[in-house]
Design a protein around this ligand. Sequence first.
Ligand code: HEC
Ligand code: HEC
Length: 250
Amino acid sequence: MYRFIYSDNFQNYLNFIGIVFVKTYIYNNAMNIINRIITISLLLSVVSFKVFASPPPAYEGRGLYTSYCQLCHGVGGKGDGPLAKAMKTKPADLTTTVRSRSDTILLKIITGSGRQTITGRDRHNVVSDAMPEWKDIFSDSQLRALIAYLRFLGNSKHSLMGDPNVGAELYQKYCRVCHGSEGDGDGVMTKLMGIMPMDHTNPNATNPLSNTELVNNILNGKGRFMPAWEGVLTKSDVEALVSYIRLLSH
Ligand code: HEC
Ligand code: HEC
């Protein structure tokens, strides 16, 4: 929107000097150029709206988890949420239990549809009804997103060191041109320059690197085309970016 404000101001400015040159040739030409700029920036803003048409699953899942599950299962999934103390059946430690579950079983456990319930602790794919049923709360794609985040909690060797929401925004602002809006390395610059950035959605590429290594490589740059972001981004910006990248590869 600021572009409109800018152009309004500019028009006011032109109107002002226009006291002398009202509706001159220069003015009309300038308006042509401004209209063109507005058209181009509108086109660009349409492109940037599409950025989160489908958010990365584990990233979306983390948002849902924070709102609906964290209360019992805790920030890190260990079953130590603020409500846990008050519960007779303790919330499961998702960082250990989820690993042995298939997606189908997790879907049943979360939605409660087809879930077998017993009183007391879970054995052989059954959980007690101390775990709420979320049947009508989530869409299919939200359920897939939640499961992707549970897999992240269960499998990732790397913790989230910063705020992925901040990271997501910075990523779209600074990294998308090369790494692509979805992080798979097909940004517009790669086609122009013929470079191959790291595919951030590939766990085989990101997992071998520790959080510290990723932070340092982002701050200092790498190879010819991965820019050094020191001075542009703060260390906590970069930590937020690394957290977002961790979620991209799950
Ligand atoms: C009111 C507290 C509460 C909330 C909120 C809650 N859970 Fe649970 N959850 C539990 C309890 C208690 C258990 C353990 C049940 C048992 O051991 O029989 C459990 C178990 C589970 C299990 C089974 C773990 C396993 O493999 O044995 C999964 C998966 C799970 N919860 C996912 C979720 C998700 C996803 C959400 C959010 C959408 C969520 N839970 C929200 C209380 C909660
Ligand atoms: C001008 C294009 C360009 C931009 C913009 C860019 N990158 Fe890169 N990035 C690359 C290229 C090319 C590589 C591969 C470098 C290599 O391995 O030689 C890379 C590699 C990486 C790696 C892997 C480093 C490693 O340890 O192997 C990370 C992490 C990364 N980029 C993060 C980012 C982040 C975060 C941003 C935004 C703040 C960003 N990049 C912006 C081009 C870019």
